[in-house]
Design a binder for this molecule. Sequence first.
Ligand SMILES: Cc1cc2nc3c(=O)[nH]c(=O)nc-3n(C[C@H](O)[C@H](O)[C@H](O)COP(=O)(O)OP(=O)(O)OC[C@H]3O[C@@H](n4cnc5c(N)ncnc54)[C@H](O)[C@@H]3O)c2cc1C
Length: 194
Amino acid sequence: MAESKLSHIVVLGAGFGGLTFCEHFRHPSARVTLVDRTNHHLFQPLLYQVASAGLSAPEVAQPIRSILSDRPDVTVLMAQVTGCDLAKRQVFLDHEILSYDYLVLALGGCTSYFGHPEWEQFAPGLKTLDDALRIRSRVLLAFERAETASDPSEQEELMAVRREWNWRAHLPSWRAPCSSAISVGLTLGAPASS
Ligand SMILES: Cc1cc2nc3c(=O)[nH]c(=O)nc-3n(C[C@H](O)[C@H](O)[C@H](O)COP(=O)(O)OP(=O)(O)OC[C@H]3O[C@@H](n4cnc5c(N)ncnc54)[C@H](O)[C@@H]3O)c2cc1C
């Protein structure tokens, strides 16, 4: 069938949701375009291990095109999605506009600081490889500095990968009691006064 006669399915996001859709959806009168801002699918549950130097980045990320290499009906685009016009059935990418017949939105979520953006410096998010590598670098460099520190209290400070900070007290009571970003981020240094 000519490409112009095929229904165009645009899938935004190649995380668990978008990729699973592409792996399972096949239709003779449809073509699929999968868009993600990275060219790899990331297994987020193992980001902790990358952040703590237990695994390397390639062990938790796989190229999207290699995962879908047996799917000529799926085109993979690396692009940032900047917006949609649902009435016109268009998706805005950083370098082009895509028209679609059907849209699958699977862009994931973002880290919540419960209305406290100032917490981010103490609780960096952990959702991407860059996030994990940044945390890993901070932790390992702190250990390296501890190795050469002569002041025992400074050494202890640099080696402290768990610090108690009563962050629950800072949350409204109806909020869920945990966020992965908060629990990881606090290991990197909570406010001294807290
Ligand atoms: C550290 C961590 C540990 C976790 N551990 C577990 C666990 O043990 N068990 C469990 O069940 N779940 C776990 N989860 C949750 C699980 O990973 C998520 O629920 C799941 O990834 C959500 O899938 P998704 O497809 O909705 O979004 P995601 O997997 O986040 O995928 C979204 C995709 O959209 C892309 N994207 C986002 N915005 C844009 C944009 N503007 N333009 C282009 N592309 C964009 C992203 O690059 C990404 O590839 C964990 C999550 C994290 C962060």
